[in-house]
Design a protein around this ligand. Sequence first.
Ligand code: SF4
Length: 394
Amino acid sequence: MGQDRDANTLASQASSSPLGVYVHIPFCEKKCFYCDFYSLENHSQRGAFIDALVKELSLFGEKYGRRKADTIFFGGGTPSLLTPSELGQILSAIDSSFQISENLEFTLECNPGTVDTAYLSEYRSLGVNRLSFGVQSFFDDELKFLSRIHSAEEAVSAVDKARHAGFHNINIDMIYALPGQTTERLLENLTRAVSLGTEHISAYSLIVEPGTPLNAAVEKGEITPSLESTEMDMYEVVMEFMEKNGFIHYEISNYSRPGYRCRHNLKYWNAEHYVSFGPSAHSYLDGQRWWNVSSLATYLSELNSGIIPVSVREKLTHSQLLDEFVLLHLRQGFLNIPEFAAIFSASIPRSLIAELETAGYCNYDGEMIQLTKSGFKVSDEISARILSRISSPT
Ligand code: SF4
């Protein structure tokens, strides 16, 4: 009983804050061979998708009332394929179903290969105030390896066009630890990324996701992924470089200039509430998590019948909430021990914290565990160690 009450405390704390709204645009010009996000190269159902999305937003408003929201994030897929008129149509539906805060962070993901200068200005007029570009590399051979449709020059030009269109909050995504990539190349990529002057940089190592053509090539022995030790060494290079260049490392793969953390993504990482629309989109609201079907055909047919196209819905248990709290906070590099104890009525042995400190993984000031660079490198392992030694009242 006590445990349920504590878990509900977390859920109700989150429910008093405005929501994040995510919209998944399931189309890409060409599928990248490492990507496992749900997106299609066939755009023939695009008009039907926008109509269905508008319907999904309206069904949400009818079911939950006009909840407050203060972040909107269009991801995918490739949202920059949307015409301003399509974006406007979706935004009207969002406006009808949510009370949108004045202080809105509104991000749209852009593929540098599909950027239209006129579109950017119109996106800005429609209220988009943050862009996120999937740059990935400044070497054309690396971009070719990743099967990206853009060149390094197009990536630079896309950010330049965004500045001219009036965007002052821009992220670029980078990928490192490509097979055979050298540290020199990594540093050159980071130098060029930082010199673009964007407010935010996300840097991910190349992950071989199951079911992707990259995975098939690895299984056939055509591609040899980087060793885990190389990846960890490169991660350390990234952390040091970004810190030296004035960026705050605020999540395992995310770095921002002061004042430019991504508020929308922070909602995921702080277990706050968000609702998502479009095929494969995940939501978390009022202690429940659900995700939509990962099939455009099913998404369209269910909405045509007036059904919200949810694939799975689950109520989070005390133990799931606790696990996620520890994991997500440590991925941000910290864990507030009194806050954790107050929410979950559980404690972490001092002896374990001392072990982690001695190993050089964290600093502890009596209240807050703060990960060091070595700690960031093994944050999921540290979470597992903590979770195996938590004691809760029976
Ligand atoms: S553009 Fe982005 S979403 Fe589309 S296939 Fe490539 S990585 Fe995936």
